[in-house]
Design a protein around this ligand. Sequence first.
Ligand code: AMP
Length: 225
Amino acid sequence: MKGSKNKKLIVILLGPPGSGKGTQAKLLQKKFKLEYLGSGDILRQRRKRGDFTGKKLIKVMTRGELVPSFVISKLLTDKLEKLKNLPKINGFILDGWARILTEAELIDESLDWYEWQKNVKAILIDISDRESFDRLTKRRICKDCGRLIPWVGEFKSPRRCDKCGGPLVSRADDKPRAIKKRLEEFKEETKPVIDYYKKQGRLIKINGKQSIEDVFKDILKALKK
Ligand code: AMP
C-alpha cells in the first residue's frame, strides 16, 4: 500500500446485508493481521446481558431496524479504547458500522480522538437487492455456536454446523419482512454514508456478485493503489 508505512490500516466495510462483508473481513484480517470489530457481533454479544438494553436490542434487531446511535457510540468507544491499550496493532476492520451518517461522523471523530496515524479506506461491496434477498433467505446460523454459514451458490441444505455439530437455523432477522426493512434502511440511511466517503475520496467500490476469491482479489488490488 502506497505511503502507508507505519500507519494503521483502518478498513470500513460497507454493503447491503448479505454482501459478504463478514467473509471478506475475515480474509482481510488474516492477510494484514488486523483486529476485527463487527457491529452485529458486538450487538449480539451485548444482548446476552439480558438487561433492559439487552432485551430491547433483541426486539429492534429482530425487526431489522437500526440500533440508535447513542448505543452504537458507547459500544464503539469501549472497543476502540481497548484497541488503544494494546501494545501494537497493524490496524482494524470496522464491519457493519457507519450505517447512518451520524455514525460515519462519529467514527471520524473517534479516530481523531485516539490519535492513530492512519490510512482509512471505506470499501463498499456492491450487490443488488435481489441478490441480497436471495442470499439472506438461504444462509443459516448455528443455534449453538453462532457460526454464520453463508450461501455460496452451491448450498446443499446442511443441517448441522461443520464446526460444532449444532443445529442450523435461519437468523431471526433473515426472515423476508426483516430483510425488506434492512434493505430499506440501507437505501435510505446508508447511501448518505457512501456519498460521505466518496466525497472524501476514500471510497472503494467492489462488485460483490463474484466468487469470494474474486471479490477478495479486487479488494487487494484496490487497496494497493
Ligand atoms: P448485521 O449482523 O451487521 O447484519 O447486523 C444485524 C442488526 O444489528 C442490524 O439489522 C441492525 O439492527 C443492528 N446493527 C448492526 N450494526 C449496526 C449499526 N452500525 N448501526 C445500527 N444498527 C446496527
